[in-house]
Design a protein around this ligand. Structure first.
Ligand SMILES: Nc1ncnc2c1ncn2[C@@H]1O[C@H](COP(=O)(O)OP(=O)(O)OP(=O)(O)O)[C@@H](O)[C@H]1O
Length: 200
């Protein structure tokens, strides 16, 4: 079985500018990596590459089963939270299990009571938790989390850390870009420094 994530010699360009090159990373089942680096160095771009939303200009990205929590929540603002998540769970292939997965994911991020509330009415932190619920409900082996702690209160950060730990215990893998320190035992540290010195 292939690893949840393999990057070999990856180079990334955006807006005609080389962000990094020769980048290697492998996450096996149960592993996590935390990507850090200054604003604009390419952390979000790296996650988008892993999600298949950007193409590398060189190298190879292999991530057979992945779900991205990006900067935007990607949930339909006009739908109720439950329906918006159900749409994604079905798109992610949950089919018959979709309702159960969404209910479990909402409970996991402590939003079960807001399932009938329109996405547009959620607070900043609730939106972030809703976006995390989408990833949880996806059933993907690889979670790609871009600044998942933005806007979260202390209890929600602890829940995020516990969810990541549980996902890893179940054989999943997680790649996180964050400016907020998170308790992620044994996570690989990946530091992006720019084109001349990207390393991990
Ligand atoms: N759609 C785009 N088109 C062109 N350039 C882009 C685009 N999105 C991002 N960039 C550029 O790519 C570079 C890396 O952006 P990215 O968002 O990956 O950085 P980051 O490390 O995640 O930053 P931050 O810590 O501020 O979130 C920046 O210089 C940015 O201006």
């Amino acid at each position: 079985m292939s690893a949840p994530l393999t990057l070999d010699g990856v180079a990334c360009m955006r807006g005609g500018r080389l962000l990094f090159e020769g980048f290697d990373l492998r996450l096996a089942a149960g592993e996590a990596a935390v990507v850090t680096g200054p604003n604009g160095v390419g952390k979000s771009s790296l996650l988008r590459l892993c999600a298949g939303l950007l193409a590398p200009v060189a190298g190879r990205v292999v991530a057979p089963s992945r779900s991205l929590l990006g900067e935007a929540a990607a949930l339909d603002a006009d739908l109720s939270l439950g329906r918006a998540l159900l749409f994604w769970a079905r798109l992610d292939g949950a089919r018959d299990a979709a309702r159960d997965r969404v209910a479990a994911a909402l409970a996991a991020v402590d939003l079960a009571v807001l399932g009938d509330v329109p996405v547009t009415m959620l607070s900043t932190g609730q939106r972030r938790r809703a976006a995390l619920a989408r990833v949880v409900a996806s059933g993907a082996a690889l979670w790609l989390l871009d600044e998942p702690a933005n806007g979260l209160d202390v209890a929600a950060v602890a829940r995020l850390e516990a969810l990541v730990a549980a996902h890893r215990s179940g054989g999943g893998a997680v790649l996180i870009a964050t400016h907020v320190p998170l308790a992620l035992p044994d996570a690989q540290a990946v530091t992006l420094r720019g084109p001349a010195a990207a390393s991990c």
